[in-house]
Design a protein around this ligand. Structure first.
Ligand SMILES: Cc1cc2nc3c(=O)[nH]c(=O)nc-3n(C[C@H](O)[C@H](O)[C@H](O)COP(=O)(O)OP(=O)(O)OC[C@H]3O[C@@H](n4cnc5c(N)ncnc54)[C@H](O)[C@@H]3O)c2cc1C
Length: 215
């Protein structure tokens, strides 16, 4: 992975928490559902949350052709995309040492409008399967009209950094005997009981890929 002092390196206050390994980067990206896309328009920074998927070294975003955000990205602009998983709350004995366990990725690249029919279809399928594997084969595929209303943006990953925190509480020695509960409260994204839509047919079973959904 290409690394540049100016973007993915910076000061790196906790160097041990950084990782530039492509496998770690991809694992975090592939687990995520939402990214935040940052770009600058006329000197004004914007940060927009949206869905995404990864295919090899490229992130794909999709949105309405009428979206102001997507119209800007279609011009081909420098972007910064981040994805974060919060794995736990680290509750120290002192407020100062409270923290979070997390895994996050920051990607730098330049947006590109996806124009070829083939790549647009690939992005549509990959996007759907990224969100919920198994859905592409069951749901109705997009029509020409659906596709006309949809813009696909590619962000080739030029540089990326991974940062994480794991492990337990770090407290000052003099605080260890305080009568304060300390520890980690693990957090995770969890699917709950599916809620069927009752406006159409009611005789369709909940598919296994919905019942067993986990990221
Ligand atoms: C859930 C969560 C909570 C956090 N809470 C705090 C907080 O309360 N206070 C705080 O100071 N920091 C917090 N951080 C860390 C924060 O994201 C930055 O990493 C930190 O503030 C800046 O670190 P730095 O000086 O080492 O990096 P900088 O020198 O500012 O950044 C240099 C480069 O490092 C990379 N980078 C920086 N941060 C990240 C990251 N998180 N993931 C991937 N790449 C990164 C980017 O490529 C960036 O361009 C939190 C992170 C997460 C994910």
């Amino acid at each position: 992975m290409k690394q540049k002092q100016s973007r993915s390196q910076g000061s790196r206050y906790y160097p041990k928490r950084y990782d530039f390994d492509e496998k770690s980067r991809n694992a975090i990206l592939d687990e995520g559902l939402v990214c935040h896309v940052g770009f600058v328009l006329d000197g004004q920074p914007f940060m927009i949350p949206t869905g995404y998927c990864r295919l090899d070294n490229t992130l794909y975003l999709h949105g309405s052709v009428g979206s102001h955000f997507f119209m800007q990205l279609a011009k081909g602009v420098p972007v910064c995309v981040s994805v974060t998983h919060v794995d736990g709350l680290v509750l120290a004995r002192s407020v100062f040492h409270h923290s979070m366990n997390y895994r996050s990725v920051v990607v730098f690249g330049r947006s590109r409008l996806v124009e070829s029919k083939e790549e647009r279809w690939l992005a549509a399928e990959k996007f759907t399967e990224h969100v919920i594997p198994g859905r592409w084969n069951e749901a109705r595929k997009p029509t020409e009209s659906d596709m006309k209303k949809t813009m696909f943006i590619a962000v080739p990953i030029e540089e990326a950094s991974v940062k994480f925190r794991d492990g337990g509480v770090v407290d000052e020695p003099e605080d260890m005997e305080l009568p304060v509960w300390a520890g980690v409260l693990p957090l995770k994204l969890q699917a709950l009981e599916p809620e069927a839509d009752e406006t159409g047919r009611r005789d369709v079973e909940i598919p296994e890929y919905v019942r067993g959904y986990a990221r």
